[in-house]
Design a protein around this ligand. Structure first.
Ligand SMILES: Cc1cc2nc3c(=O)[nH]c(=O)nc-3n(C[C@H](O)[C@H](O)[C@H](O)COP(=O)(O)OP(=O)(O)OC[C@H]3O[C@@H](n4cnc5c(N)ncnc54)[C@H](O)[C@@H]3O)c2cc1C
Length: 375
């Protein structure tokens, strides 16, 4: 095999690495794009890598059959989730029904995936991580659990769900349950690592990192914000502007109303439930009967949502994020050794200026501290 997916279109889902029987594949993580590399001396041309790749073989998606909005009925759990806490409610419900869950956790400086069959342990998954995660090893382990007859729930990004379905194959799909997130796009963790390092923080030493709390988007490490509370830090400015995603994200085929999962979760932006928004309101799309079972097990507070409003306020249900014209300059600056903050300042001067002004006004007491609000 000379190559797997189209040049620079690798999503970093790592399914090809898990599928290779000869350990011949490594995914090279560049700041701007990921790319698989095949050791030709080991490759036996079996084609398993292309068979599982969601870029080469995108599974068929389906339109949601139900559109809802709501939140975890456990108010403490809702409070500590990024949005309405539906992910946590689904995970708890699934584990109570004797299932095994696999989802993303931050540990030892990595955004990897862990398994759990204990409710007490499930809190570890909470929180949106606005960075590329790495499910390496999870595909093979999930398939093994399914072969053993276990029911497995995977919660992750749409590209990861798509590759997982390819990996598992049709015969084992009946016991696999999937939840995907509406996804704006993801930067390489190397960008986050560099940004933290520029702020004197070693990502490997961090116990916890938060990207957001409800409508407040801001990096927090061990509960301390990196920038002043109320000011969007450079990493968050770049993420929300879609400046630093890997190349494939701007061409994402899953940024659509056709979903590859059983349930899709997002934020109910534009909701009529304005009073509830500060506590978090999730958007919930149910695609099929397995999705309905997940939602029944979650026992969450759910109500109808206006479909047009939900689609209008969530661009990633229509198309991928647009690549900003300033992205090339941003990466050029990084390659010349500029800091992330400096590169953001030069690429997005207006947004940068607005945050600098906020920082100044907070410092001199003319503006109240608050969360870094998405704008
Ligand atoms: C990169 C990214 C971009 C997003 N973009 C949008 C958007 O444009 N519009 C929108 O409506 N919603 C978006 N979301 C989803 C949103 O942030 C919430 O995750 C969602 O609303 C569900 O909230 P929650 O409170 O139920 O769960 P949360 O507390 O957010 O937990 C989410 C679950 O997903 C898993 N997860 C978190 N981050 C990752 C990751 N990087 N990779 C794989 N799994 C992960 C967690 O382990 C957990 O199980 C995005 C999420 C991510 C991670």
């Amino acid at each position: 095999m000379q190559s797997i997916c189209e040049d620079k279109m690798c999503a970093g889902c790592m399914a090809c690495v898990d599928a290779c029987p000869k350990d011949a594949i490594a995914v090279l993580e560049r700041l701007e794009y990921y790319t698989p590399s095949i050791d030709q001396s080991k490759c036996i041309d079996c084609g398993r890598c292309t068979a599982v790749c969601q870029q080469c073989n995108p599974p068929q998606g389906s339109k949601p059959s139900k559109w809802l909005q709501g939140w975890d009925s456990n108010s403490e759990s809702r409070g500590t989730s990024s949005s309405g806490g539906l992910a946590a409610a689904i995970i708890r419900g699934f584990i109570s029904a004797e299932g095994v869950v696999c989802s993303c956790c931050f540990r030892d400086g990595q955004f990897g995936f862990e398994f759990s069959s204990s409710i007490a342990d499930a809190v570890k998954y909470k929180g949106s991580k606005y960075v590329k995660s790495n499910p390496i090893g999870s595909y093979a382990r999930i398939k093994k659990l399914l072969v053993e007859g276990k029911e497995v729930l995977f919660v992750g990004l749409p590209c990861q769900v798509a590759s997982l379905k390819n990996f598992v194959g049709n015969k084992l799909l009946s016991n696999l349950y999937t939840v995907d997130l509406i996804c704006h796009g993801t930067p390489s963790p190397a960008i986050l690592r560099q940004f933290l390092s520029e702020n004197g923080i070693d990502m490997n030493q961090l116990e916890s990192i938060e990207f957001r709390s409800k409508g407040s988007f801001q990096l927090r490490e061990n509960e301390r914000t990196i920038d002043l509370p109320g000011v969007l830090d450079g990493y968050t400015v770049a993420f929300l502007a879609g400046l630093d995603y890997t190349e494939n994200c701007y061409h994402c085929r899953y940024a659509s109303i056709e979903r590859v999962s059983d349930v899709t979760l997002g934020d109910s932006w534009g909701t009529n439930l304005t009073e509830e928004m500060r506590r978090g309101v999730s958007l919930v799309l149910i695609q099929n009967q397995k999705g309905q079972r997940l939602i029944d097990l979650a026992g969450a507070e759910l109500m109808t949502v206006d479909i047009e409003t939900a689609i209008k306020n969530n661009g990633q249900l229509r198309s991928p994020s647009e690549k900003p014209s300033a992205r090339a300059r941003f990466f050029e600056d990084l390659s010349c050794g500029r800091s992330i903050t400096d590169a953001v300042r030069r690429s997005l001067p207006k947004r940068y200026f607005k945050q600098s002004l906020k920082r100044l006004l907070i410092r001199i007491g003319l503006l109240k501290r608050g969360g870094g609000v998405r704008n």
